[in-house]
Structures are given as structure tokens and as C-alpha cells.
Write a protein that binds this ligand. Structure first.
Ligand code: FE
Ligand code: FE
Ligand code: MG
Length: 170
């Protein structure tokens, strides 16, 4: 860890590195969940939803990059083996066994809500103590809030479509 980095981190750095490693694992799993879900997905609005899910996948990967950089700055060791991802992650990986678009979106929504909690936790822990990690957590948090909102909007639109079809049939 850089000398100045030690001075500014007025908190339990090992605990913070553990939290960051958990977040790193969660981001990789979120990346794969979006990436594979976008491809197996079937149902209404697929062509509109798919590119957005792939965009989210890339944004999750960008989060992983921010987090690994901070772990290294703090002198920590990032998770070196993907076999540990599911062990570290508190936000569980949800296997997209049902390819219906609403099910895929609901799994992604649960993941985003868990991610929001994660970055609120990191922000709370670092607030006023480690400005660099705090700022990173807020940056990621804002992306996760946007992801949650995008998915809620898709689910609302799909529901509306289903309601309209029902009315039409009656
Ligand atoms: Fe993320
Ligand atoms: Fe996200
Ligand atoms: Mg988006």
C-alpha cells in the first residue's frame, strides 16, 4: 500500500479489503448473469431488452475494474480464483434456468437491489474515513440505481403489454 494511502485510511483496512473482495466477486457474477441471461432470454421485447442487458454487463465489468484497482492500492490481494466467487459473494448468483424475459429481468432486479445494499454498506463504512473508496462506492451505487430503474421500467412495460393483450382478447 502507498504510504499516503495508509495515512488516509482511518479504518480497519483488512475488513474493507474483505468487503471489496466480496463486491469484486459479486460484480463478476453480475457480469455473467447479465451476459448469459441476455443470450438465453425469450419473450416479448427481447430485441429491445437484450442490448441494454449487455450494456449493463459491461458496466458491471467496469465496476470490477474500479474495485480491483482500489484493492491493490490498499495493499490487498484480489480474489485470484473464480472458484471463490460464489463463496465470497453475498449477492447470490441466480441461474437463468427459466429463459422467459420476465424471469430473467426479475433475477437481474434482485441482483441490483443486493448491489445497491452492498455499495451503501461500503459507503457507510468509508464515509469521512477513506474518501477514495467512498467516492468509488458512490459512483458504482449511482450506476446500480440506474440499472434497477431500467429493469423496473422494462418489467412495467411488459406488464402493460400483457394487460393490453388481455383487454384486446375480451
Ligand atoms: Fe455493478
Ligand atoms: Fe448493476
Ligand atoms: Mg442502463
Amino acid at each position: 500500500m502507498g504510504k499516503k494511502a495508509i495515512e488516509i485510511s482511518n479504518l480497519d483496512v483488512d475488513k474493507l479489503i474483505q468487503m471489496l473482495n466480496e463486491a469484486l466477486a459479486e460484480e463478476w457474477l453480475a457480469y455473467y448473469q447479465y451476459w448469459v441471461g441476455a443470450r438465453v432470454m425469450e419473450g416479448p421485447m427481447r430485441s429491445e431488452v437484450e442490448p441494454e442487458l449487455l450494456l449493463h454487463a459491461n458496466e458491471e465489468l467496469a465496476h470490477a475494474e474500479l474495485i480491483i484497482n482500489r484493492i491493490l492500492q490498499l495493499g490487498g490481494t484480489p480474489i485470484l480464483n473464480p472458484a471463490k466467487w460464489t463463496e465470497y459473494a453475498k449477492c447470490p448468483y441466480a441461474e437463468p434456468v427459466d429463459p422467459y424475459i420476465e424471469e430473467i429481468l426479475k433475477q437481474n432486479l434482485d441482483g441490483e437491489r443486493c448491489a445497491i445494499q452492498r455499495y451503501e454498506e461500503i459507503a457507510d463504512y468509508t464515509n469521512g474515513k477513506d474518501h477514495a473508496t467512498y467516492q468509488m462506492a458512490i459512483t458504482i451505487l449511482n450506476d446500480e440505481l440506474e440499472h434497477e430503474h431500467d429493469i423496473e421500467d422494462f418489467l412495467t412495460d411488459i406488464n402493460r403489454l400483457k394487460e393490453d393483450i388481455k383487454k384486446f382478447r375480451l
